[in-house]
Design a binder for this molecule. Structure first.
Ligand code: PGA
Length: 253
């Protein structure tokens, strides 16, 4: 079964609400009518209401960059699933390596957030990926396996089909160093076989696995042509309309 390509922009801590509207306006023309690719942008929380308005009626969906596991309560600085879905947001990134690195996110909190997102009606994009140190110590597969088993643990077959996995080697994020198509494909195939072992071939075939880490218009086509790469989670290049357009176009071919 052919999986539909999915290009998601992670804007990180960039763009005010007004700047968000400008960027979506610039992007919407560029991706208009590309029906065979799902296109998502994830601006900061504060820009989500304006982003939803700007993206209404376009081919761009809007997602959040994180979501908390409780619906409400004493969790200063956090945002819950109902706060997002009330805006019409239906997707959230979970467990990004910057959250793991700078904000003490663990496989356990990733798992809690993933479950809450699913229960709250959000489609999570759950990130996994090894650091440079771990790759050099030959631990890539074991790290990604652990993140899969713990971060995506205790999910039903029905739930796992409602999420997307993003393989993002930490050493490739924001560094300009991209994994080679072979390196990326190897880990995507590893994740797909973990899906198969745990949920069967039919489900493994359906779940999309995105690659992230210095994806640009120049390297997108080669990465996206790999058998198990079903799209990209794009940071820096998603803030540049021409670059993002080029990546979406590469997903099409
Ligand atoms: P990058 O970020 O494309 O700037 O490397 C990717 C990500 O963090 O999702």
């Amino acid at each position: 079964m052919a999986r539909r390509q999915f290009i998601a922009g992670n804007w990180k801590m960039n763009k005010t609400p007004n700047e968000t509207v400008e960027l979506i306006n610039a992007l919407k023309e560029k991706v208009a009518g590309i029906n065979e690719v799902d296109v998502l942008v994830c601006p900061p929380f504060t820009a989500l209401p304006k982003a939803m308005d700007a993206a209404a009626g376009t081919d761009i969906d809007v997602g959040a960059q994180n979501v908390h596991w409780e619906e409400s309560g004493a969790f200063t600085g956090e945002i819950s699933a109902p706060m997002l879905t009330e805006l019409g947001v239906n997707c959230a990134i979970v467990g990004h390596s910057e959250r793991r690195q700078y904000f003490a996110e663990t496989d356990e909190t990733v798992n809690n957030r993933t479950k809450a997102a699913l229960e709250g009606g959000l489609h999570p994009i759950v990130c996994v990926g090894e650091s440079l140190e771990q790759r050099e110590a030959d631990q890539t597969t074991s790290v990604v396996k652990r993140q899969f088993e713990n971060g995506l643990g205790n999910l039903s077959a029905d739930e796992i089909q409602q999420l997307t996995i993003a393989y993002e080697p930490v050493w490739a994020i924001g560094t300009g160093k991209t994994a080679t198509p072979d390196q990326a494909q190897e880990m995507h195939a590893c994740l797909r076989s973990l899906l198969e072992e745990n949920y069967g071939a039919g489900i493994a075939d359906k779940v999309r696995i995105l690659y992230g880490g210095s994806v640009k218009s120049k390297n997108a086509a080669e990465l996206l042509s790999q058998q198990d790469i079903d799209g990209a989670l794009v940071g820096g290049a998603s803030l540049k309309p021409e670059e993002f357009e080029g990546i979406v176009a590469a997903a099409r071919s």
